[in-house]
Write a protein that binds this ligand. Structure first.
Ligand SMILES: [Zn+2]
Length: 168
């Protein structure tokens, strides 16, 4: 598969993740991070952040979507799947992808594109966790449709109202 075909495919699925994120943005208690998981060119699960709705600090878009797929497939091994997310996964979600044996992780906006409140720490980069600590067979690709994805979030220079600052 040529790089351009691959990029075109990644952008197509990222657009679906962006739709999920906007759905989350419009849903009270849900959040503006979207995720889809793809196997053999088909979306097999999709979701968005549901942390406030569920009173569950772990209900990030990636975790919500991994759980949906586990329920559908009745298993925990998602080898061969690509997970698309509108925002660079946090450390928790990156490690969840490791446990789920996701083959590829593709994300849109990087942590440098958005306000620091979206990340658990300024010092740990989830890409480094995957690269350095856990698996050498998981591919992680960032910046796909980064501009469109960034529009969902506060930018680094923005000053979000205190009640929206989720990580202070
Ligand atoms: Zn997360």
């Amino acid at each position: 598969m040529s790089t351009s075909v691959s990029l075109e495919k990644d952008e197509r699925f990222m657009r679906l993740a962006i739709q999920e994120a906007w759905d989350g943005n419009r849903t009270p208690g849900a959040g503006e991070v979207g995720c889809v998981i793809v196997m053999d060119g088909e979306v097999v699960a999709s979701g968005h952040n549901e942390a406030e709705m569920r009173h569950d600090p772990t209900a990030h878009a990636e975790i919500v979507t991994l759980r949906k797929l586990g329920q559908t497939w009745k298993k925990t091994d998602f080898r061969g799947c690509t997970l698309y997310c509108t925002l660079q996964p946090c450390s928790m979600c990156a490690v969840a992808c490791v446990w789920a044996k996701i083959t590829r992780v593709v994300f849109g906006a990087t942590r440098d594109d958005v306000h620091s409140m979206y990340f658990d720490t300024k010092h740990i980069n989830a890409s480094d966790i995957i690269r350095d600590a856990f698996r050498d067979d998981m591919e992680i690709v960032g910046g796909v449709l980064a501009r469109e994805c960034s529009e969902l979030y506060y930018r680094p220079q923005d000053q979000p109202p205190p009640e929206e600052q989720v990580n202070i």
